[in-house]
Design a protein around this ligand. Structure first.
Ligand code: AVI
Length: 329
C-alpha cells in the first residue's frame, strides 16, 4: 500500500501581511506595523479602549467637538457661494464623534452628504447603518479605500466645499515624514475653499500618557497581544501569548508613546506559513506602535507645511487635545 503524505492545511497568506512581518521581525530592533492591530478582534478591543477611564483621548476630543462643532462647521463652510459642505472622513471608525459634526452641518444646511473612507467594508457598513439610523437627513456614501496609499476623491459638486475629517489623533500613529506625506496627499485631492479638520493628542504629564496606554484592566495589553494571536491564525504561528509582556514607554526625545511586546524569556517562535523561525532573547522586544504627541501650535505648523492655511484651532480647558482646521486658499 502506498502512503501519501498530506501537507498540513495552511492559511491563505495575505502578501502585504507576509512581507511586513518578514521584514519587521528580521529588523533590529524587531518591529511590526500598527495597522496589523485592526483585525475584527483588534477593532473591537480598540473600541473598548476608547471607553477606558485612562484613555482620555476620545472623551476629550468628543468634548472639544461637542463645544465647538457649530463654529467648526461655520468656519469650514464660509464662502461667497452657498457654502454647502460635503463631509469626507478618513477612517470610518465608529463614527461616534463624527455624529457631532454631522449634526452641526445638518443644523446649518438641512441635509449632508457624508463620505466615510476606510479599508474595511464591514466598518463602512456599520458606519452607514448607524449614521443613517441616527441622523436620517445625512446621505452616507461609503468608499472602500486605503487612503494611506492613495486618496482618490471625486470632485465636490458646484458650490460645494469638501471638509475632510481626520480626527482621533490617528495622524499620531504615523512617523512624522509619513504624516506629512499623508497631509500633502489630502491637500492634493482638494480644491480652493476646501478644508481639513485634524485632531491631535497633545503632550502632557508622563503618568497620564503612560496610564492611557497601560490601563489597569489590561485592555491595551490585550490589544497589543492580539497582534500575536493574529499572526498565529493568519501565518500559522506558535506564539505563546503568556511568554510576551505588554510594555508602554514614553519616549520624550521623540515625543511619542511606544508600545512593545517583550519576550519574557529566551524562546523560539515558528511562523509556518512564512517558513520562518525567530529566536527571541530574554527581554528582547517587538516594537508595535508609536503614538506621537504634539506641542501646542505644532498641528497648525504641520498643516501650514503641507500647504493649508490655519483657519481655526480649538482645545479643551486642560489643553490635552487639539482640533485644528486647515483651509485651502
Ligand atoms: C488609533 N490611535 C489613535 C490609537 C492611539 O492612541 O495611538 C491607537 C491605540 N493604541 C493603543 N491604544 C490606542
Amino acid at each position: 500500500m502506498t502512503t501519501i503524505a498530506v501537507p498540513a492545511a495552511r492559511p491563505q497568506v495575505d502578501e502585504r501581511i507576509a512581507s511586513a512581518v518578514r521584514d519587521g521581525l528580521a529588523s533590529r530592533p524587531r518591529r511590526l506595523p500598527p495597522w496589523l492591530f485592526y483585525d475584527h478582534a483588534g477593532s473591537e478591543l480598540f473600541e473598548q479602549i476608547t471607553e477606558l477611564p485612562e484613555y482620555y483621548l476620545t472623551r476629550t476630543e468628543r468634548g472639544v467637538l461637542a463645544a465647538h462643532a457649530d463654529a467648526m462647521i461655520a468656519l469650514a463652510a464660509q464662502s461667497e457661494g452657498d457654502g454647502r459642505l460635503r463631509i469626507t472622513e478618513l477612517g470610518a471608525g465608529s463614527a461616534e464623534k463624527t455624529r457631532l459634526l454631522l449634526a452641526a452641518a445638518m443644523r446649518r444646511q438641512g441635509t449632508v452628504l457624508y463620505e466615510p473612507l476606510d479599508v474595511s467594508p464591514s466598518a463602512l457598513a456599520a458606519a452607514r447603518e448607524r449614521i443613517g439610523l441616527e441622523i436620517p437627513g445625512v446621505t452616507v456614501v461609503p468608499r472602500v479605500m486605503d487612503y494611506t496609499q492613495r486618496l482618490d476623491l471625486e470632485p465636490a459638486g458646484v458650490g460645494e466645499r469638501r471638509l475632510v475629517l481626520y480626527i482621533g489623533s490617528s495622524i499620531g500613529n504615523f512617523e512624522p515624514h509619513e504624516a506629512m506625506r499623508l497631509l500633502r496627499q489630502v491637500r492634493a485631492g482638494l480644491k480652493a475653499g476646501d478644508g481639513l479638520l485634524l485632531g491631535v493628542d497633545l503632550v502632557k504629564d508622563e503618568a497620564l500618557l503612560l496610564a492611557a496606554y497601560d490601563d489597569a484592566a489590561g485592555v491595551t495589553a490585550a490589544f497589543n497581544g492580539n497582534l500575536l494571536i493574529r499572526l498565529n491564525r493568519e501565518l500559522a504561528g506558535n506564539f505563546d501569548l503568556e511568554a510576551f509582556a505588554h510594555r508602554a514607554v514614553w519616549n520624550a526625545a521623540q515625543s511619542r508613546i511606544e508600545m512593545h511586546l517583550e519576550s519574557r524569556g529566551a524562546q523560539r517562535v515558528r511562523l509556518e506559513a512564512l517558513e520562518l523561525e525567530i529566536d527571541f532573547a530574554a527581554g528582547e522586544t517587538v516594537h508595535t506602535e508609536n503614538s506621537y504627541k504634539y506641542f501646542a501650535g505644532q498641528a497648525e505648523a504641520m498643516l501650514a507645511e503641507a500647504g493649508f492655511t490655519s483657519a481655526g484651532s480649538w482645545t479643551d480647558a486642560r489643553g490635552w487635545f487639539a482640533v485644528c482646521l486647515g483651509r485651502m486658499e
